[in-house]
Structure formats: C-alpha cells, structure tokens
Design a protein around this ligand. Structure first.
Ligand code: PEP
Length: 260
C-alpha cells in the first residue's frame, strides 16, 4: 500500500526561534511513530539546510516551496534544482496559486519547472485548481486539464510517472472552508481518468493530494474515500502541537480503514 503523504507548507512563516522550538518536537513525536503516513516539511528556502541537519536519518523528508528554471548563473535571488538536491530536498511544490498570483507564474513556466524537477530525479508536486470565478462558471475540469496538458505538450505523458498532483481549489486555500469531499473525489477521478486514457500505468503511479483548509477537526471527512493519497497543509501546519495531533490522527484513521 502507498503511504499517505502529508506536506507541511510553512510558506513565508517561521524563524530560527520557531524552528529550534518545534523541529525536535516534530522529530520526537513523529519519527518512526507512523505506520501509514509519511511527513514532509516545506520551510522557507533559507532554513532548508538547517532543518536538514535535524532530520538526517529520520523518516521525515524535506520539500521546497519552489525552484528556478535555471541551473546556475546570473539569476539574482534564485535557487536551483541542484542546490535543493544538495541540501537533501525530496519534493518541490510548483504551480501554487500564490506563486501564480503574486509572481505571475503561468502554465508554461510551471511546465518547465515540472520537467526540470523530474529530469533531475526529484519529485514535483504540481498544484492545480480553480478560482472562485472559475468554479462559478463550471470551469474546474477544464482549468485542471489545461494545466496538465501544458506539461504533456512540452514533454510527454511519461513525465507524470511517479509524480504528485495536488488538487487545491484556490478559493479553499486559507479560507477556513475546505472543498466538499464529493467534489474533490469527482475532480480527482476526472483527472485520473484523463491521464489514464493517455497512459494507464502512469495514472496509477501518480499521488493525488488535497489542499485547502485541512485541519485537525475536519480530516475525518477526507478519509471517506481512498482517492486522496495525502494532504498539502498550510495554516494548520504552523500550530505544531495541533499539527502533530493531525498527523497522528491521520495515521490512526488509515489504520482503522485498513482493518474494516
Ligand atoms: C496551501 O497553501 O497549499 C494550503 C493548502 O493552505 P491552507 O491549508 O492554509 O488552506
């Protein structure tokens, strides 16, 4: 069975005090204590290497929140895939709605990042999902497929093999209101079927995460179906005690599902 993957996206939050206080807490409570889940932490770039030193030889991995498309050279302010690899990163989030919105990232740039990550042996987490306006106009499926097609167009369907797609409705992110599980199931199934129509084996090798206001109190609803292979969590990953409880609760809920 594939392990459920929980990614803590700390975004532009935290400092050395926060990390020193919490990273050992996470390590002590989580490392080797989970049977069905894997945990990965996505801190701001500047703290990745520091945290890597704490997480070496643990089951907890590191995720980067973005990557540049260049490998090296005169690109002030950027961080390359080789650097992320160098400091022990396993997954890289790309296409997050906040990067699309605040940094004008488009599907073309995101597809370049996806291909670069894959070709360098790391695992891309492609975020996709509709805005409130697109939802109102019933464009969810079209928006998600467009984002996928752009990557296929610049490479081919095999590029999706062993990658991660995070369905993150933009209106649900940070809003406190998660998407309805039936709707999540419908759209993930739709994406899966689409990819499967192009290559069934590849479709089977993709992890599907859900992100958008997941918290300790609402996680049960997401386990009503086994279509979700993990969560991408923003706000709720910053309250560390609650977050540890959320991760442990997820592990327990999956163990109960496996038994029944
Ligand atoms: C996110 O930003 O990817 C996210 C899911 O945030 P939140 O959990 O705060 O909605």
């Amino acid at each position: 069975m594939k392990k459920f993957l929980i990614i803590a996206n700390w975004k532009l939050n935290g400092n050395l005090k926060f990390i020193n206080k919490n990273i050992n807490l996470i390590k002590k409570n989580i490392n080797n204590s989970l049977s069905f889940c894997n945990l990965s932490i996505a801190p701001p770039y500047i703290y990745i290497n520091y945290i890597n030193n704490f997480l070496k030889n643990t089951s907890i991995s590191l995720t980067a929140q973005d990557v540049d498309i260049h490998i090296k050279g005169s690109f002030t302010g950027e961080t390359s895939i080789k650097m992320l690899k160098d400091v022990g990163v396993k997954y890289i989030i790309i296409g997050h709605s906040e990067r699309r919105l605040f940094h004008n990232e488009n599907n073309n740039l995101i597809s370049k990042k996806f291909i670069l990550i894959k070709n360098n042996g790391l695992i891309p987490i492609l975020c996709l999902g509709e805005t409130k306006e697109q939802k109102a106009q019933n464009q969810t499926e079209q928006v998600c497929i467009q984002q996928i097609n752009n990557i296929i167009k610049n490479s081919n369907i095999n590029i999706f093999n062993k990658t991660i797609i995070a369905y993150e409705p933009v209106w649900a992110i940070g809003s406190g209101k998660s998407a309805d599980i039936d709707k999540i199931q419908k759209i993930i199934l739709f994406i899966k079927k689409y990819i499967s129509s192009l290559n069934n084996k590849v479709a089977k090798n993709i992890y599907f995460l859900y992100g958008g206001s997941v918290n300790y109190s609402n996680i049960e609803t997401f386990f009503k179906t086994n279509i979700i292979n993990g969560f991408l969590i923003g706000k709720a990953s910053l309250e560390i005690q609650n977050f540890i409880s959320l991760v442990k609760k997820s592990d327990k809920l999956i163990s109960l599902l496996n038994r029944s």
